[in-house]
Ligand binder design. Structure first.
Ligand code: G3I
Length: 373
């Protein structure tokens, strides 16, 4: 048995034993940890995603975990159009300002997500008045003003931005959204130009899911080439990384990282978690079914171990590409916070993250940490 394998088994056995028998000890062991951000400091930054629960009167234990393990913070929903710019001319800066103040006072690097997306955006954005859609020039002016107002306000405070989020389908075609239909395919280019004009130093990122799918990966490679040919600024690709126990094949992820790096951009793993629940069948709309929600009371050790192994394999791939990767962000801290409890079926109990619902580090946490200890 090789050394890495022995280390993995030791780490997860230790954590499973500790968690099963004596929760207090698990917390103690987590407090004794050097913290993921320190363990990986020679490889890439480690981040997480936060919402108002951390910014306003955070629970002390949660704050301690975030400060110890993560160096970069992303906001989960605060910068989305419907929240920060709910109606024309009305900006809601409260939480975004709080995020920046919190980051500054606790010494975090801050990542902004997203400047432009077609989801979580009021329909009114696209209309002059009811039943009268905006024309191209008017919508383009709105796009540029939205992007530059935010990027300018947080210049120097937010280090990197997901400038455009999820513009491509899995087959590589453009998502048929209102930006594409009204502004045209260059809306992506124009958003990046507006971001760069407002903030000359921020890292500008194109962020998407399923980028390990070859058709989608290749289309994004083509986007980078178009950008270079037209001198549109782009610094990095954000590979989201919403993965499961058995998908995707990690060699496809590895190939995508290599493909983007070859184009001369940096890579960020921007929204990682490992879903442990069964997937609904692809036919029809998924609805709640007890059989698809098997871990409501607790996560069996066997699944917890399989998840730890999966996180370990994933991080091995990321370490292999450490020269190309700047940041690895886990999409949440404790299992109860994950969007995966409500997607693709609402109201299930998922266990996708590194800390359980009692803020204890899981075997997955120890498996990752063991790679560097
Ligand atoms: O805030 C309201 C609350 O007032 C209301 O009672 C409740 C009832 O459903 O909804 C709350 O809003 C929810 C919001 O998260 C805050 O929790 C929305 O319904 C819910 O749709 C929204 O989900 C977010 C999702 O994006 C929306 O698309 C998730 O938190 C967020 O993690 C997720 O993040 C996205 C990334 O931005 C882009 N990549 C994919 C990723 C996962 O979908």
């Amino acid at each position: 048995m090789n050394l890495q394998r022995r280390k993995f088994i030791k780490a997860v056995a230790l954590s499973l034993g500790v968690i099963a028998c004596a929760p207090g000890l698990a917390i103690a062991s987590s407090r004794a940890s050097k913290g993921l951000k320190n363990l990986f400091s020679n490889d890439f930054e480690i981040g997480t995603v936060v919402g108002p629960e951390l910014l306003i009167n955070p629970k002390k234990e949660l704050l301690e975990i975030v400060k110890r393990d993560f160096g970069v913070l992303t906001t989960e929903n605060i910068f989305k159009w419907e929240n920060i710019h709910p109606t024309d001319g009305h900006w809601n800066w409260v939480y975004a300002d709080e995020f920046v103040a919190f980051g500054k006072s606790h010494d975090f690097v801050l990542h902004g997500h997203p400047l432009l997306w077609h989801s979580q955006i009021p329909v009114g954005v696209f209309h002059e008045r009811k039943d009268k859609p905006l024309n191209r020039n008017a919508l383009l002016a709105k796009l540029e003003s939205h992007v530059s107002t935010i990027a300018d306000r947080y210049k120097g405070a937010i280090t990197s931005w997901d400038v455009v989020n999820e513009a491509f389908e899995d087959d590589g075609s453009l998502v048929q959204n209102r930006w594409l239909q009204t502004v045209g395919p260059d809306y992506i280019h124009l958003a990046f130009r507006a971001a760069r004009a407002a903030d000359s130093r921020a890292t500008l990122i194109y962020n998407d899911y399923n980028l390990w799918k070859p058709e989608k990966r290749d289309r994004v490679v083509q986007l980078i080439r178009e950008f270079k040919a037209k001198q549109v600024p782009i610094d990095a690709i954000g590979i989201q990384g919403h993965i499961g126990l058995d998908y995707p094949d990690l060699s496809h992820l590895s190939a995508a990282i290599s493909a983007f790096a070859r184009e001369g951009v940096r890579v960020h793993l921007s929204e990682l978690e490992v879903d442990v629940l069964p997937s609904p069948s692809r036919d029809g709309l998924p609805s709640y079914d007890l059989a698809l929600d098997p871990y409501r009371e607790n996560l069996p050790d066997s699944v917890s171990l399989a998840q730890a192994k999966r996180y370990e394999e994933l991080f091995k791939v990321l370490l292999k590409h450490r020269d190309s990767i700047d940041r690895v962000t886990i999409w949440g801290v404790t299992d109860d916070q994950s969007w995966k409890n409500d997607f693709p079926i609402e109201g299930r109990t998922n266990h996708a993250l590194l800390f359980d619902r009692d803020q204890r580090p899981k075997p997955a946490y120890h498996a990752i940490a063991a790679l560097k200890s």
